[in-house]
Design a binder for this molecule. Structure first.
Ligand code: PLP
Length: 388
């Protein structure tokens, strides 16, 4: 071929996640302390694994309904009432291969080329990738450390224009660990109502909360504009099983289901049976993992505070943002330097937006020993670069 056939420009132009760059580099550093990864270091609880094995023996190896098995969606309905405090019926639930695919399907269902989507800064990088292939324009609303990584709702309102269609909020937040107070969620819900926006509330860390409460906007406004997203990955340490779900109005979920049909036909049947066991089985495993994340959070908060590098105390999820500005390096340069000189891998804040570009994300889904040693080395390096 003498001329290269063009690719979709937006998808070709957007970079891969800046976390992946560090993951790839860390793999080549033998013995590196890995604090960049965003997945539980726990194994999936035994009773869930056993249920999947049984399902395999029972022949659960076929396609299911696109939205997921009705029996699973009925259990999800009960979970939403118990944990998230609002009512839906099984037709208002669509499961995807991970929360990521369910969220991407929601982007596909509501956005048209040229629409604007409001994303938090900092934010999970995958939203930007979804915006690229939906040909929508990203507008960032800052959630700065000075505000405990919460949005300034008035400033956010100034960013809304004629093409704004979707407002994304994420609490508990990746990467900051912020848990939005009820008043903030209420204000965002009212703002979405005032400007007739879709409101996508990513609550994939809904059961990992240390202080406060994960408030669902769907429990506050009932006019069908809220899309709520959840995942089995974090709550039950099931990242590789690839199962998450969204809820919304029947009309919206019908469109989301069409996008899911084009993506994957249905989520894996074995994972769906495992997820049923997760919802019906003992919930102590959730409490045990939450307690471990909280212990680690307290440990890292104390060390960063002592070094003067604490930005804000995370109240949920399993991440903490460390200030590395005294090093005078960008977050990316600092992360690569830390890996090269001290064999510790962290996620550069710049991967999440502008606001955290002089900070790095540390994952608390790592052992206490690794966290103690890794955070010590990070503090040392910042001290060395600040003094040098
Ligand atoms: N939302 C946020 C904020 C996340 O951090 C993640 C995963 O890291 C997800 C959604 C999706 O997770 P999964 O696709 O494993 O359900």
């Amino acid at each position: 071929m003498s001329r290269s056939t063009p690719l979709a420009r937006a998808t070709e132009a957007i970079p891969h996640s800046g976390i992946r760059e560090l993951v790839d580099a860390a793999v080549d550093v033998p013995g590196a302390i890995r604090l960049e990864v965003g997945q539980p270091d726990f194994a999936t609880p035994d009773h869930i694994v056993e249920a999947a094995k049984r399902a395999l023996d029972e022949g659960w190896t076929s396609y299911t309904q696109t939205q997921g098995l009705r029996s699973l969606r009925e259990l999800i309905v009960a979970k939403i009432a118990r944990v998230n405090g609002f009512q839906v019926d099984p037709d208002q639930v669509a499961c995807g291969t991970g929360g990521v695919s369910a969220i991407a399907a929601a982007f596909g269902a509501v956005l048209e080329p040229g629409d604007e989507v409001l994303l938090p800064d900092p934010a999970w990088p995958n939203y930007g990738l979804m915006a690229a292939w939906t040909h929508s324009r990203v507008v960032r609303y800052p959630c700065p450390a000075e505000l405990d990584f919460l949005p300034d709702v008035e400033r956010l309102e100034d960013l809304i224009g004629a093409r704004t269609k979707l407002l994304v909020l994420n609490s508990p937040n990746n990467p900051t660990g912020a848990v939005y107070p009820p008043a903030t969620v209420q204000a965002l819900a009212e703002l979405a109502e005032r400007h007739n926006l879709w409101l996508l509330s990513d609550e994939c860390y809904d059961e990992i909360v240390h202080e406060g409460r994960c408030v669902s906007p769907a429990a506050l406004v009932g006019d069908g504009r809220v899309i709520s997203a959840y995942s089995f990955s974090k709550t039950y340490a099931m990242t590789g099983w690839r199962l998450g779900y969204v809820t919304g109005s029947r009309r919206l979920v019908d469109s989301i289901t069409k996008v899911l049909e084009s993506q994957c036909s249905c989520p894996p049947s074995l994972s769906q049976k495992a997820a049923e066991a997760a919802l019906t089985g003992p919930q102590e495993c959730v409490e045990e993992m939450r307690a471990a994340y909280r212990r680690r959070r307290d440990q890292v908060v104390a060390r960063l505070r002592e070094a003067g590098l604490l930005t804000s105390v995370p109240r949920g999820a399993f991440y903490i943002v460390a200030d590395v500005s005294p090093s005078r390096l960008s977050s990316r340069d600092f992360a690569f330097r830390l890996l090269r000189d001290r064999s510790v891998s962290v996620a550069p804040g710049g991967a999440f937006g502008e606001v955290a570009n002089q900070a790095v994300r540390i994952s608390l889904a790592s052992s206490e020993e690794d966290l103690a040693e890794g955070v010590d080395r990070l503090c040392d390096l910042v001290g060395e670069l600040a003094g040098g």
